[in-house]
Design a protein around this ligand. Structure first.
Ligand code: GLU
Length: 491
């Protein structure tokens, strides 16, 4: 609902929310802390399949625990962030029905708050100003390289009492130098890094913009995030972020770093493997329900269950069941999942899709709903479902293609005429009635269904159909069926 709100409203609303989060979370005792997860994409491109999975896991975990799922648009890189990308993320989540529980937080609007924390860190001696020039840093890097040492800031400004006021500066985190930082990751297990492996991270650039790691820590804290679920490419960041949380005496969120998705060949996922925007899958005819099902299986499992509903996913979702090795994207499996969900899909949802695709007016809905239970079982994709339903809504006279017309030989037409005349006397136009009629008709006329079925199917549907002739007659109804046959016979 809020997706339609203006950005202006969102901005104002967001400040308010932040206060609510702080209040809500600080008033809670640990036993009643509500689980709050977030999806924090950078709006520099479309919502790709990996991002969608991260969002799904964060959403499912929140839903399962009756917690909250938040969206934070990490748009601090003003050059690379675009409105189109933001819209693609909102649309993608909307289509997948991964609805955040509050309006999105736009990270760049928190910049003053980020700076405020950096100032506090400076005042408390948790951070320091660094006036090292680019040249000095380049030299440092070259020296380390030449000596075969890891490239790290050497701490030149760390111990200075003060730095000159008139020089440009960055602010660096006074990172712990001894001991190690340990992270109990819910997926990766214990991750430990010796503190002497990490240098003093820049918190504020010389142009006055806070850096990613600082902004994420402040926002995760302010939003009361209890669980950070994201790709394992952020594992090192998590160690850095934990150090900042600790320095500020803020409690860290729990971390769950999920292995990135790979292609079917085991290589890191790229466009070549089908790593497209969520939008592309929508256009390919995937159902959101099927996407949720398939994406959930990319890295998470519940026994041997491959096909399940979103309700099952929420019931079953558990971080402990996320695997440590990268899942592989398998288009065939994804298609199979989609077919399952179409064939078992909610008819109202399918009907909406078909109505839109075929531009049907509302009075056609009843006819569509009658046909859907039978036709959805034959569908191989959403497009195929639409194609298989098209015949119901053709306007008479139905136009046959040349091939179908050529196949109408005289003896076939003669048979169709016979059956057309006989069908006029059939009153019991239902499944049994039609089957009985044909049983008798074939016998009396010494015909096989193969001699009559295909030609009638052509005439009735023009486009062909996976359905048998009895079903077609049933779905079209007596009047329409006879009229379509008569149109051909009259010519
Ligand atoms: N904005 C980061 C990204 O898109 C994610 C940050 C996070 O989840 O902490 O990769």
């Amino acid at each position: 609902m809020y997706l339609t709100m203006s950005f202006h409203y969102l901005r104002r609303h967001h400040q308010q929310l932040r206060r609510v989060f702080r209040r809500t979370t600080s008033n809670m005792t640990s036993s009643e802390t509500k689980i709050i997860t977030r999806f924090a994409p950078s709006p520099t491109g479309f919502l790709h399949i990996g991002g969608a999975r991260t969002a799904l896991f964060s959403w499912a975990f929140a839903r399962k625990n009756r917690g909250l799922f938040m969206l934070r648009i990490e748009d601090t890189d003003r050059e690379r962030s675009t409105d189109d990308a933001i819209q693609a993320i909102l649309d993608g989540l909307d289509w997948l029905d991964l609805t955040p529980d509050a309006p999105p937080v736009y990270q760049h609007q928190n910049i003053e708050r980020h700076r405020e924390i950096i100032d506090q860190m400076l005042a408390k001696g948790l951070a320091y100003k660094c006036t090292c020039t680019k040249e000095a840093l380049d030299k440092m890097r070259e020296k380390a390289k030449a000596e075969g040492k890891p490239i790290r800031y050497d701490g030149t400004c760390r111990n200075k009492e003060s730095v000159p006021d008139d020089l440009p500066f960055t602010v660096r985190f006074k990172a712990p130098q001894e001991g190690s930082t340990v992270l109990g990751d819910l997926v990766q297990g214990e991750v430990s890094i010796e503190n002497n492996q990490l240098d003093d991270l820049i918190l504020l650039r010389s142009d006055g913009t806070p850096t990613y790691n600082l902004s994420v820590v402040v926002d995760d804290h302010d939003m009361g995030i209890t669980h950070v679920i994201r790709g394992d490419d952020h594992l090192t960041n998590a160690v850095r972020q934990s150090q900042i949380f600790d320095a500020l005496s803020w409690s860290r969120p729990a971390y769950a770093h999920i292995p990135l998705i790979h292609g079917a060949d085991g290589a890191k996922l790229s466009k070549r493997h089908g790593a497209l925007g969520v939008e592309a899958y929508k256009n390919m005819g995937f159902l959101p329900e099927a996407m949720r099902n398939y994406l959930a299986r990319l890295g998470w499992s519940h026994g041997d269950d491959e096909l399940f509903s979103t309700a099952d996913l929420i019931n079953w979702f558990d971080i402990a069941a996320i695997g440590k090795s990268p899942a592989r994207l398998d288009m065939e499996k994804m298609q199979a999942t989609n077919i399952h969900h179409i064939q078992h899909g909610d008819e109202d949802v399918l009907a909406d899709y078909v109505m839109e695709k075929l531009s049907l007016s509302p009075e056609n809905k009843t006819k569509l709903m009658t046909a859907l239970p039978m036709i959805k079982k034959t569908a191989k994709s959403l497009d195929n479902l639409v194609d298989n339903l098209r015949f119901l809504f053709l306007t008479r006279p139905v136009k046959l293609n040349d091939k179908a017309l050529e196949s109408l030989t005289d003896d076939k037409i003669a048979n169709v005429r016979k059956v057309f005349l006989a069908l006029q006397n059939l009153d019991a136009w239902d499944a049994d009635g039609i089957a009985n009629f044909f049983g008798k008709f074939m016998e009396e006329n010494n015909l096989k269904l193969g001699q009559l079925g295909p030609v009638m199917r052509n005439i009735l549907t023009a486009t062909g159909s996976p359905l048998g002739i009895f079903d077609l007659l049933l779905l079209l109804g007596k009047e329409e069926s006879l009229a379509r046959l008569e149109d051909i016979l009259a010519n």
